[in-house]
Design a protein around this ligand. Structure first.
Ligand SMILES: [Zn+2]
Length: 327
C-alpha cells in the first residue's frame, strides 16, 4: 500500500518542473509551488485514495485520514488548500479534486462523494466535473491538468467541460507522451488556454450585465447573447474591462469576429462589410440580418462602461489589413 507522503510525491513527480519546492511532510498536507499561466502559487495538497462507497454502486469517495483528528490546512492563509484523491487502477492515474477552503480547520471526518462516470470521462476526454447534491464541485482530470484546475479556482470562473476537453487535446496533454519535457510544455499550454477561457467567461458576464443582457448591435435579449472583447483577449496588452467589451448576440458576435462588421470609434456608427450588403441582395436571411442591425451601437447607461474609442482603434491596428474595407 502506498503511503500518503509517497502519494504526494507521485503527484509532484507527475507535474515535472511545474511543481517546485515540494515538501511532502506526511501528505496531509504536503506543500509545493505550482506554475500557473502567469504566476506561481503556494499549494497545500491533501492527498487521499479513492474508494468505493457502499451507498450506491456508482458512487466513489475520498476522505480525510481516519482517527487522527487531522485538520484541512491553508498554512495560516498562505496556501490554497486542495483535496485530491488518486485513482491508480489503470496505467494513467486520474486525479479527483476539490477546493478545500470551506473545510479549513475542521478535523471532523468527511467524505467527498462523486459519480464513477467522471473517472471514465476524464480518462477519455482529459477532464470531467461533478456537482454533488450539496453543491460541491468535484473535478476529475489527467495529472497534467492539475495546474488548469487550480487556474480556474484562482480566476474564480467556471469554464465548460467541453471547452476544457478541447483545450486538453489542443495543448497535447492527451498525447500521453512519456517525455516529461513534452508533458510539462503541454500542461503549461493547457493552463494558459484555461486562463484565457476563464477570463473570457468572467469578462463576458460583466459585459452582458452592463448592457442589460442585450445585443449592442440589434437589441436581442432572450439569454442568447455573449460578451465580446473589442481589443481581443489573445492580443498582448488586452484587458477585461467592460469598456473593452461589447454585449452581442451570436450572429453579431460572429460577424464581429470575422471582421464583417465594424464600429467607427467616437461616433459608434456600425459599418457593414460590402460583402454582407451584396449578399443581402440575393439572400433574404442575410437581408434580415442586415436590416436588424442598428445604425449606431446601443451603449451602457453608465458612462464608465461605454466602449472605448481607443480599444476599437487598437483592434483595427492589431488586425490591420482585415479592416481596410472600413476606410
Ligand atoms: Zn445582435
Amino acid at each position: 500500500m502506498t503511503t500518503r507522503p509517497q502519494k504526494f510525491l507521485n503527484v509532484i513527480s507527475s507535474l515535472g518542473s511545474l511543481a517546485t519546492d515540494a515538501n511532502a511532510r506526511d501528505g496531509w498536507p504536503g506543500t509545493f509551488h505550482i506554475q500557473l499561466s502567469n504566476q506561481k502559487l503556494y499549494i497545500a495538497l491533501h492527498v487521499s485514495s479513492i474508494s468505493p462507497h457502499s451507498r450506491a454502486a456508482y458512487e466513489l469517495r475520498f476522505q480525510n485520514p481516519a482517527g487522527e483528528n487531522r485538520i484541512v490546512s491553508n498554512e495560516g492563509g498562505a496556501a490554497l488548500p486542495i483535496l485530491l484523491g488518486i485513482d491508480d487502477t489503470q496505467a494513467t492515474p486520474i486525479f479527483v479534486a476539490t477546493e478545500g477552503s470551506t473545510r479549513v480547520g475542521r478535523p471532523t471526518r468527511f467524505s467527498i462523494l462523486f459519480h464513477q462516470r467522471i473517472i471514465d470521462e476524464a480518462r477519455r476526454n482529459g477532464w470531467a466535473t461533478y456537482t454533488s447534491s450539496t453543491g460541491e464541485k468535484v473535478c476529475a482530470f489527467v495529472p497534467m491538468l492539475l495546474p488548469s484546475f487550480i487556474e480556474q479556482i484562482i480566476q474564480n470562473e467556471e469554464v465548460s467541460s467541453i471547452d476544457i476537453a478541447e483545450a486538453a487535446v489542443a495543448s497535447g496533454v492527451m498525447d500521453m507522451q512519456t517525455d516529461i519535457n513534452y508533458q510539462e510544455w503541454a500542461g503549461f499550454r493547457a493552463t494558459r488556454a484555461i486562463n484565457v477561457l476563464a477570463r473570457k467567461a468572467g469578462a463576458g458576464k460583466r459585459i452582458r450585465r452592463a448592457y442589460g443582457e442585450q445585443c449592442a448591435m440589434c437589441g436581442l435579449g432572450a439569454g442568447i447573447i455573449q460578451g465580446a472583447h473589442i481589443f481581443p483577449v489573445e492580443a498582448p496588452g488586452s484587458n477585461d474591462e467592460i469598456w473593452n467589451g461589447l454585449s452581442l448576440c451570436y450572429n453579431h458576435h460572429k460577424a464581429f469576429d470575422l471582421h464583417l462588421i465594424g464600429v467607427i470609434p467616437d461616433t459608434n456608427e456600425i459599418i457593414l462589410h460590402p460583402s454582407l450588403r451584396a449578399e443581402a441582395q440575393q439572400n433574404q436571411g442575410t437581408a434580415n440580418f442586415v436590416n436588424s442591425t442598428w445604425r449606431w451601437l446601443g451603449i451602457p447607461v453608465d458612462v464608465r462602461h461605454r466602449p472605448s474609442a481607443q480599444m476599437f482603434t487598437a483592434r483595427y491596428d492589431y488586425f490591420s489589413d482585415l479592416y481596410s474595407w472600413m476606410s
